[in-house]
Design a protein around this ligand. Structure first.
Ligand code: ATP
Ligand code: MG
Length: 394
């Protein structure tokens, strides 16, 4: 019995002449993801990737591979299939026992046939009818339901062989990570920013993370929590480079020199400036944040304008229009939620004013900020930034 996994493209399918560039990045990402599980042969044909496990790979590891593959951006759907000769009798003979496990637990089914090899003597409706009939006589407890079946049996007659399966997994969709450039995520310990990183990795961006710490006001444990988030993001983002910026002095000087009500805005502007510098130094093309309109005082339109004014790169805020419940749903899906809700302090909550300005005027902020020369401190923070790599876990 020979099995393979067919990975159907998501949005890559819409690409024209440059499709192979995207396919090659996707293949590289898949190889990296499966490296620790075992040997898989990967080839591309007819806008599909064939991911074929070596004979000695165990059932458990094939399932593990499948679950890893559901987290690879660029894949629209996954089908674990039996590879068959293009002969209908043989398809029935070998296919019936193969489908046993899936069909036994179903009550209703339908057959979906796709024939890309037009030389095959039966057309798709014929295949559906005939194979449906065979299934009904082999599994008499089943009924056909073309609208809402428990199981859809898929048979594809492709160029080199026929492929049969009864389960289709939804892929992560999106574009392969690395196909759209490099971005820097402002990663806090909260719920929103890991989700924002995931969403932009889905568009094909490499997502590295920048985190601000303010010891002794923020603890080692708080930093460790954010490192765990960076590690968790590798499930979708491949590798994540983690920058940790010492932010204590800057925060202390803002507190000492600027009006209390402007504290948060000025702090966020300086965070943005440090992000600019790292982008320029290490060639990132965009900054990502987990901001959402109106969620907190620093995310009103006025506050966002004041922060945005500093940015020299496009700032992507993919959760800007989402409400908290929607963001939480995604964070549960990507397994960051349980880490995010651990109760540790973030530098954003250090020195937070009682009455932050919700409608700041840029001119006032610039004037307040101008009273102190933050430049040497910014340079020093960038210089003392620590870098650490996180790679996909087994
Ligand atoms: P989150 O849930 O992502 O922490 P939040 O709702 O708590 O977001 P803020 O604390 O105002 O919002 O932060 C807004 C955004 O600023 C975050 O989504 C993140 O992108 C960035 N940010 C906040 N704190 C830090 C930090 N310590 N290091 C890096 N980025 C941060
Ligand atoms: Mg936060």
């Amino acid at each position: 019995m020979k099995e393979t996994i067919l990975a159907k493209y998501g949005e890559i399918a819409l690409k024209g002449l440059n499709k192979s560039t995207f396919e090659d990045i996707l293949i590289k990402n898949i190889k990296r993801r499966l490296k620790n599980i075992g040997k898989f042969k990967i080839s591309k044909m007819q806008s599909t990737l064939y991911i074929t496990p070596d004979d000695e790979i165990s059932e458990k590891n094939i399932n593990l591979a499948l679950s890893k593959l559901t987290k690879v951006f660029g894949i629209g759907a996954l089908q674990r299939c039996l590879v068959l000769p293009k002969d209908f009798d043989e398809i029935v003979k070998q296919g019936m026992p193969y489908l046993k496990e899936s069909l036994s637990k179903a009550k209703t089914f339908k057959v979906e046939a796709k024939r890309s090899d037009k030389a095959f003597p039966m057309n798709s409706p014929m295949i559906q009818r005939e194979l449906g009939g065979e299934i009904l006589s082999a599994y008499p407890h089943l009924k056909v339901d073309v609208h809402n079946p428990d199981i859809t049996v898929l048979l594809e007659i492709r160029d080199v062989a026929a492929y049969l399966n009864a389960e289709r997994l939804i892929g992560a969709k999106g574009m392969p990570v690395g196909s759209a450039g490099r971005s820097l995520l402002l990663l806090s310990g909260g719920i929103d920013s890991p989700v924002a990183g995931y969403m932009m990795a889905k568009r094909g961006l490499i997502v590295d993370a920048l985190h601000f710490v303010s010891p002794p006001y923020t603890s080692d444990r708080a930093r460790l929590k954010v490192e765990q988030l960076a590690q968790r993001l590798t499930n979708y983002c491949n590798a994540v480079r983690f920058y940790c910026v010492p932010f204590t002095k800057i925060q202390e000087e803002i507190r000492f020199n600027c009006p209390d009500e402007f504290f948060t805005i000025i702090m966020r502007r300086l965070m943005m400036e440090i992000a600019n510098r790292i982008c320029e130094k290490d060639e990132y093309g965009a900054i990502i944040t987990g901001e959402s309109v109106g969620q907190v005082a620093s995310q009103t339109l006025g506050a966002l304008q004041c922060t945005n004014e500093v940015a020299r790169f496009p700032v992507f805020r993919p959760v800007i229009g989402m409400d908290k419940d929607e963001i939480v749903d995604i964070s549960r899906k990507i397994d960051t939620y349980e880490i995010s809700i651990q109760p540790y302090e973030d530098c954003c909550t250090v020195f937070t004013p009682k009455h932050p300005k919700t409608k700041p005027i840029l001119a006032d902020i610039l004037k307040a900020e101008g009273k102190f020369d933050f430049e040497p401190l910014i340079d020093q923070a960038v210089e003392e930034t620590e870098v650490k790599m996180f790679y996909i876990e087994d």
